[in-house]
Ligand binder design. Structure first.
Ligand code: HEM
Length: 442
């Protein structure tokens, strides 16, 4: 038993370095210590990063009952709730996951695409030449609305706005509220009291939406995720309770809107810094023959700029990983960002070359932006479809100029990797998105 080598020195220093430049630090440690290295991060305990795709394949296939992921997310429970698929482990996790998966599969993605196009058309139609935009902010607004409409099934603008205000107030609260001490109610003006009030207001609205949906006469025909979940039954023919539905709605919003928005901001940044790729994408969208290049742009963006640097599993029993016998209690981080930069898998790994996903494809366990195994992202197909549809609408309609000469440093924003300044651009030319192009292209 033993732990692979890794950066020494006080955990707090390692944590600060990682928080400032996460990807650079991971690359430095990978180069120095090899495919497995141990990192001690304040508040997270001992973790072993794994950059070897074969070892990751072993972790993500076969029996994974000795690996826990929900436990590590328990800090999210005060907001997401105890039934959230993200915070559960074992049989309870599998039950929620089985109920949640069908609405995100196969044919359902077509409806998501339609909703995304409508929302993106409205967003882009509001951009004016000469205007400055922070793309991550614009994309956050857009992806929030897509979740409201496609997942919650809420379409009336005033109701979307109400959700935006009340749920946004909770989601945008300071991350300090993960600490129980910060949530303490110390009187009417205390931050803890205000946070509890915001949470109650958001919950009241969600329960109202759930109850109203239950009473909708067309519930059986509706295709939004909430309606499908209201109709879903587990193996014992039990329906989901209102509390379970509330927790999963919050989870899908929490897990699904900021991640996709950040992925989109990165996509625009990479396209604007690589004019030949942008030009080819424009031509492919205009030709409207197939989506292979558009899909490859999305895949290459998520390879070069993964939004999550690593998955996370806690060992409940000792496990051998790439020859190291790791003790129980250790966290193992399948290193998404590191695998994506392996030279032998992706030649010239720092170049943005979508063709690599057309000409060569990608080996399994070499492309991991959505994690893997029994915890793989439930919204993976939706997120990729959403990113593709936003680009399909925006790229032909607008010309954007970057306001910063150098790419934004990639920093940690909560648990995600994000562009430090949000990708700031100037709208140079804007036209109303052409409906006919969209229709022809699909
Ligand atoms: C570009 C956008 C997205 C990225 C990069 C992303 C990435 C991830 C990653 C890395 C995980 C952890 C996987 C693991 O531990 O193996 C995850 C889990 C999850 N994601 Fe996403 N995600 C995105 C969008 C979405 C969307 C749109 C939704 C839903 C609407 C969603 C819902 C979830 C849920 C519910 C889980 C927990 C699954 C479980 O624990 O069983 N995600 N996501």
């Amino acid at each position: 038993m033993g732990l692979p080598p890794g950066p020494r020195g006080p955990a707090v220093l390692t944590t600060l370095r990682f928080a400032r430049r996460p990807v650079e630090m991971l690359r430095t440690w990978h180069a120095r210590y090899g495919d497995l290295f141990t990192v001690k991060l304040t508040g997270f305990g001992i973790g072993v990063y794994v950059a070897d795709p074969e070892a990751i394949r072993e972790l993500f296939t076969g029996d994974q009952s000795d690996l826990r992921a929900g436990e590590a997310n328990s800090f999210l429970e005060p907001v997401l709730g105890p039934h959230s698929v993200l915070v559960l482990d074992g049989p309870e996790h599998l039950r929620q996951r089985k109920l949640l998966l069908p609405p995100f599969q196969g044919s359902r993605v077509g409806a998501f695409r339609e909703v995304t196009r409508e929302v993106a058309e409205r967003e882009v139609a509001g951009w004016r030449a000469g205007e400055e935009l922070v793309l991550r902010e614009r994309m956050r607004s857009l992806t929030f609305e897509v979740i409201c409409r496609a997942v919650f099934g809420v379409t009336r603008p005033e109701r979307v706005e109400r959700l935006r205000q009340r749920l946004g107030a909770v989601i945008d609260s300071s991350p300090i509220f993960v600490l129980a001490a910060a949530r303490k109610d110390l009187g009417p003006l205390s931050p803890g009291r205000r946070f509890a009030q915001r949470l109650r207001a958001a919950d009241a609205l969600l329960y109202e939406e759930i109850e109203e949906r239950r009473r909708e006469p067309d519930l059986e025909e509706r295709t939004d995720v909430l309606s499908l979940l209201l109709r879903a039954r587990d193996e014992d023919r039990h329906a989901m309770s209102n509390a379970e539905l509330r927790d999963e709605l919050f989870t899908m919003l929490g897990a699904g809107h900021e991640t996709t928005a950040t992925g989109l901001a990165f996509a625009f940044d990479l396209l604007l810094r690589n004019p030949p790729v942008l030009e080819r994408l424009r031509e492919e969208i205009a030709a409207g023959e197939d989506d292979s290049y558009l899909d490859a742009v999305v895949k290459e963006t998520l390879r070069l700029r993964p939004v999550i640097d690593a998955a996370e599993r806690t060992l409940t029993v000792p496990r051998t990983v790439a020859g190291w016998e790791l003790p129980a209690g250790v966290k193992v981080y399948p290193g998404i960002a590191l695998v994506h930069l392996r030279e032998e898998l992706y030649p010239q790994p720092h170049e943005f070359r979508p063709e690599r996903f057309i000409d060569e494809g990608a080996e399994s366990y070499a492309w991991l932006p959505f994690g893997g195994g029994i915890r793989r992202c439930i919204g993976a197909a939706l997120a990729q479809a959403e990113m593709a549809e936003v680009l399909r609408i925006a790229v032909p309609a607008v010309q954007l100029g970057l306001l910063r000469e150098r790419p934004d440093p990639v920093v940690l924003r909560g648990v995600t990797l994000a562009p430090k300044h949000g990708v700031r651009v100037m709208v140079q030319r804007a036209t109303v998105p052409a409906r006919s192009t969209v229709a022809a292209a699909v």
